[in-house]
Design a protein around this ligand. Structure first.
Ligand SMILES: O=c1ccn([C@@H]2O[C@H](COP(=O)(O)O)[C@@H](O)[C@H]2O)c(=O)[nH]1
Length: 271
């Protein structure tokens, strides 16, 4: 089954919320956990217990695992495997991007069947040219997985690059949207090439009408965006939009029940 099909099914069953696992050092301290690989593991596996089977998508942020070296990466592998075993879609937020030949190696790491870090999808960066992502898009399709391509990020600095205008008059962001739309053309119910569009934007300055793919909308909660922003930004194009929240949910830990309740409150709010 394609990633788009599996995602559409998960959203129909559990709503569109994506919850992030971002083990910030400050959150580990708030949870009374040591700032080492054992604390990271307790934090991450508590999140798995709280979120598995409850929301359509869980997004571990790779950077916080990589910070602990090989032990941290081993914890990330366990998180990915446990969520998949629990029938919960995993988006590994690693924002990989490189020349095509190296991109093929990233695709083998994050999108190949049986690879220890392969979730159901991975975030990728198109700023070496959208075409450099071809090996990842091909691997995603071949393995029933997906990619989420950065297009209009939630941070205020993103617009300097993303609003730059190409010789054909389109913004860089719109050209990324158009390339994703071309990759998704004809797919049903949704294509496998998603976009990342921040829920924090002042306005939706790209045309998503032809995308036919999912949109991850980070910035919900801790970065200030709420339900009204989703409506304002995405309006009639809300189909396929996955609001994503990390810290605003995670601050309710370490109690599993409280953590799960926080995720379910946001899940119901965005539904
Ligand atoms: O444009 C982007 C792309 C990715 N992110 C990531 O999402 C989460 C947001 O965490 P919060 O605690 O909910 O702010 C984090 O992993 C970012 O790296 C983003 O925020 N914006």
């Amino acid at each position: 089954m394609s990633f788009g099909t599996r995602l559409a099914k998960a959203v129909a069953e559990r709503g569109p919320l994506c919850v992030g696992i971002d083990p910030h050092p400050g959150l580990l301290a708030d949870w009374g956990l040591p700032a080492d690989a054992s604390g990271l593991e307790r934090f991450a596996l508590t999140c798995v217990e709280a979120f598995a089977g409850q929301v359509s998508l869980v997004k571990p942020q790779s950077a916080f695992f990589e910070a602990y070296g090989s032990k941290g990466v081993a914890v990330l592998e366990r998180v990915v495997g446990s969520l998949r075993d629990a029938d919960t879609l995993v988006l590994v937020d690693a924002k990989r991007g490189d020349i095509g030949s190296t991109m093929a190696a990233y695709a083998a790491a994050y999108l190949a069947e049986g690879a220890p870090l392969a979730g159901d999808a991975v975030t990728v960066s198109p700023f070496l040219g959208f075409g450099s992502l071809d090996p990842a898009i091909e691997a995603a399709r071949a393995n029933g997985r997906g990619v989420f391509v950065l297009a209009r990020t939630s941070n205020p600095e993103g617009s300097t690059v993303q609003h730059a205008v190409l010789p054909d008059g389109r913004t860089v962001a719109q050209s990324i949207v158009d390339s994703a739309a071309a990759a998704n053309a004809g797919a049903e119910p949704l294509g496998d090439v998603g976009l990342v569009i921040g829920a924090t934007l002042a306005e939706l300055d790209v045309d998503l009408s032809a995308l036919n793919g999912p949109v991850l909308a980070p910035g919900f909660g801790a970065q200030g965006a709420g339900v009204a922003d989703l409506r304002r930004l995405f309006g009639a194009e809300l189909r396929g939009v996955l609001p994503s929240s990390s810290r605003d949910v995670l601050r309710h830990g370490p109690d599993v029940a409280a953590l799960r309740a926080a995720a379910l409150r946001v899940r119901d709010e965005v539904a």
